[in-house]
Design a protein around this ligand. Structure first.
Ligand code: PHE
Length: 465
């Protein structure tokens, strides 16, 4: 068992791989922007509260389910519920969710690669023009970048758990941490950076509305890769002797730490360059922000640092975001691959080929939903507006389904698996102290109550308002 290539080689190997999954565009852009728009320090506190009170117990539940059954989500739901049809359906949702997220996340990753290459070729000034983004996402070049991204993902996933996912994370994650800290230190030395810090840390309680609360929760789920079956799958690659509670804590700390540092980089940069920024006017989606606003920040550095240096900083930023995105993409595509391999008894490579083809087709469709193809652009109609395929996927699978999947897990653990069985699994690698005791109580009562409430209100607001 020690040298099983289908398991992580050590606790730290697992933590790096799980952090590779967790640290992504959500941390680098989603979190700082959400904090800036939604009450600064107040949002920070709310977010940290959700991570500790709701997400940590769910991380433990997913990891325990995976390790106890040795299966991917579908198999784990089936085994724990002893084949109950309704629960198998819930397991299927834990496969559809990562697949759909993979589709829109692939498109974002492709844009990041494209922006990195455009900056490298010396065209930062073009990126910063307002019309560039619209032209970029509809240009045929997208498909070349898409091929490159898919190629990289295949390369990593072909290697399997230890020689693919873990090895790539061991190489890329330290590189990512160094780039992130380097950029943050640089930004903090800019004049007027302190205005951004002040904004970041001052709690503005009046900005906390229902949608902010819901946003903080979705963001925490997304950022920690919860509700996507990833941690169930990764749990199945954990050794019995690994301490789950410690691993979960390390994962949550790393992910939240990166998000906080990303805030230290982004907000001071915005304020240093545009001292009169009113953060509530920042673009609504982080997508728009990263692609339209950031190039302007880099261009604004030109008078002081010169074009070459500004381009270098921009290239580092886009590379950082790209690396973070690709390690997340790998983890999310692993979920359906592992499930398909187990369900159909195919070889890993066959399962990989099938899933990748599916993701590729989905990504091409979403990449064409920005005006190029009419039915994809007007894919759905709800809440009084036409939505593109891309937007609909984000609304359904990022904003709405993740907490719902979390709710299903609470119910499965409490009613089917029984909490003492989960407790035994958690304890197999050493005892877990307060978090273990807290999880035991919270997962049956108030976590499901909160998640159910959030799901109902969000679904109503998003789709029927
Ligand atoms: N945690 C990732 C982020 O913060 C989200 C993600 C995870 C996306 C896994 C895809 C796969 O961006």
């Amino acid at each position: 068992m020690q040298n099983n290539p289908d398991q992580f080689s050590s606790k730290i190997g697992f933590v790096l791989a799980a952090a590779g999954s967790a640290v992504g565009i959500g941390n680098l852009v989603g979190f700082p922007v959400a904090a800036a728009k939604n009450g600064g320090g107040a949002f920070l506190l709310l977010y940290i509260f959700f991570v500790v009170a709701i997400c940590l117990p769910l991380i433990l539940a997913e990891l325990s389910m995976g390790r106890a059954t040795g299966k991917s989500p579908l198999g784990a739901f089936r085994e724990i519920s002893k084949g109950h049809k309704g629960w198998v359906l819930a397991g299927a949702l834990s496969l559809i969710t990562p697949f759909m997220i993979a589709v829109f996340y692939t498109v974002l990753t492709v844009w990041l690669l494209g922006y990195f290459l455009v900056v490298l070729s010396g065209r930062l000034d073009q990126l910063a023009t307002p019309v560039y983004f619209g032209g970029f996402i509809t240009s045929p070049w997208i498909f070349a970048y898409l091929a490159a991204v898919i190629g990289m993902v295949v390369l990593v996933l072909k290697g399997g758990v230890r020689d693919g996912i873990e090895k790539a994370s061991r190489l890329l994650m330290p590189m990512l941490f160094i780039m992130l800290i380097g950029l943050a230190v640089f930004v903090l030395t800019l004049p007027n950076a302190s205005a951004g810090l002040k904004f970041y840390f001052t709690p503005q309680l009046d900005r906390i509305t229902w949608s902010v609360v819901n946003g903080a929760l979705s963001q925490a789920f997304f950022s920690l890769s919860l509700g996507m079956g990833i941690l169930i799958t990764y749990g199945s690659y954990l050794r019995k002797q690994d301490n789950l509670v410690q691993s979960a804590k390390m994962l949550a700390c790393t992910d939240t730490g990166v998000a906080l540092v990303a805030g230290l980089m982004t907000l001071p940069a915005i304020f240093a360059i545009y001292p009169n920024t009113n953060p509530s006017e920042l673009s609504d989606s982080s997508v728009g922000l990263i692609f339209s606003f950031f190039p302007n920040i880099f261009m604004a550095m030109v008078p002081k640092f010169g074009y070459a240096m500004a381009s270098f900083i921009a290239a580092t930023f886009f590379l950082l975001a790209f690396v973070a995105a690709i390690t997340s993409l790998v983890s999310i595509i692993e979920v359906p691959v592992a499930a398909l391999k187990a369900e159909s008894r195919q070889t890993r490579n066959k399962a990989l080929a099938l899933v990748i083809t599916g993701v590729l087709v989905g990504a091409v469709f979403s990449a064409l939903s920005f005006g190029q193809v009419k039915w994809l652009t007007e894919f759905a109609f709800y809440a009084g507006a036409n939505k593109s395929l891309f937007d609909a996927l984000v609304d359904v699978f990022y904003d709405t389904i993740l907490p719902f999947n979390g709710l299903l897990i609470c119910l499965l653990v409490t009613w089917q698996w029984k909490r003492h069985n989960m407790a035994a699994e958690m304890a197999s690698g050493g005892s877990g102290g307060w978090l273990e005791r807290y999880t035991h109580a919270a997962i049956a009562f108030w976590i499901p109550a909160i998640l159910a409430t959030v799901f109902v209100i969000t679904a109503t607001n998003k789709f029927f308002s």
